[in-house]
Design a protein around this ligand. Structure first.
Ligand SMILES: [Zn+2]
Length: 231
């Protein structure tokens, strides 16, 4: 039985975890209880996902090579991993977020380190709805574990766009035209754009194009999960 299945988000019903102070309170409280598996809720030796549940999580067979962009992901985005992502994004479950970030950090350690991590930006409207910045938290947590600095204000989202998952593949590309910008020089830097889930890769191709325009010499996408390759 998977606990904490995602529920529809009610307007105004979200816990607002915008400050480090509030996040600190949440994390100190969570450490007072014995470690339990995030998926099956059985007591476990360490925080995270138990061995039995971990065996259910699929790893991508290889990093997918999008046109012009390499995506490195820790997991394939499907049951039951999707529950952990939903609980982090829509229920502000920081224990899930930290475990997902630790899993991503463990995978990217096998690859050449970038000079800088850039969280995939969200629109101001999305941040207000959610109450916190999922990509920024993931980037910080992964950065702590990989010793990579995080530049949180380089990539920006200029306007709100409908959720990519609601659109057909071609419409996703159109939806993002002019939606992103890079507002600082990335001259000569190798950068990794950090996000929770990569679907078609349209968002990350657009972000990579912005980073290259700003001078980045190499761009890679780091994601907690990516959808299974078509076919
Ligand atoms: Zn378990």
């Amino acid at each position: 039985m998977i606990r904490g299945a995602p529920r529809p988000v009610k307007p105004g019903g979200m816990i607002n975890l915008t400050s480090a102070y509030q996040i600190g309170i949440f994390e100190r409280a969570s450490r007072l209880v014995l470690p339990r598996c995030l998926l099956c809720d059985e007591a476990d030796e360490a925080p995270g996902v138990c061995h039995t549940c971990a065996a259910l999580l699929q790893r991508p067979v290889a990093s997918r090579l999008e046109p012009g962009l390499r995506v490195i992901a820790a997991f394939t985005y499907r049951f039951p991993l999707d529950h952990l992502v939903h609980r982090f994004k829509f229920s502000a479950d920081m224990a899930c977020g930290r475990w997902l970030a630790a899993s991503l950090a463990a995978v990217v350690r096998d690859h050449p380190p970038p000079d800088i991590l850039l969280p995939a930006p969200s629109s101001a409207r999305r941040l207000r709805e959610r109450g916190f910045d999922t990509a920024l938290l993931l980037a910080r947590w992964v950065g702590e574990r990989t010793q990579c600095p995080v530049e949180q204000r380089a990539l920006v989202k200029r306007r709100h766009t409908p959720p990519q998952t609601s659109l057909a593949r071609e419409a996703r590309e159109r939806n993002l035209t002019g939606a992103f910008a890079c507002v600082r020089s990335l001259e000569g830097l190798r950068v990794a754009v950090v996000d929770d889930v990569v679907t078609t890769g349209a968002t990350h191709r657009a972000l990579a194009a912005c980073a290259r325009e700003a001078g980045a010499r190499e761009v890679v996408a780091w994601a907690v999960a990516m959808t299974p390759a078509p076919g």
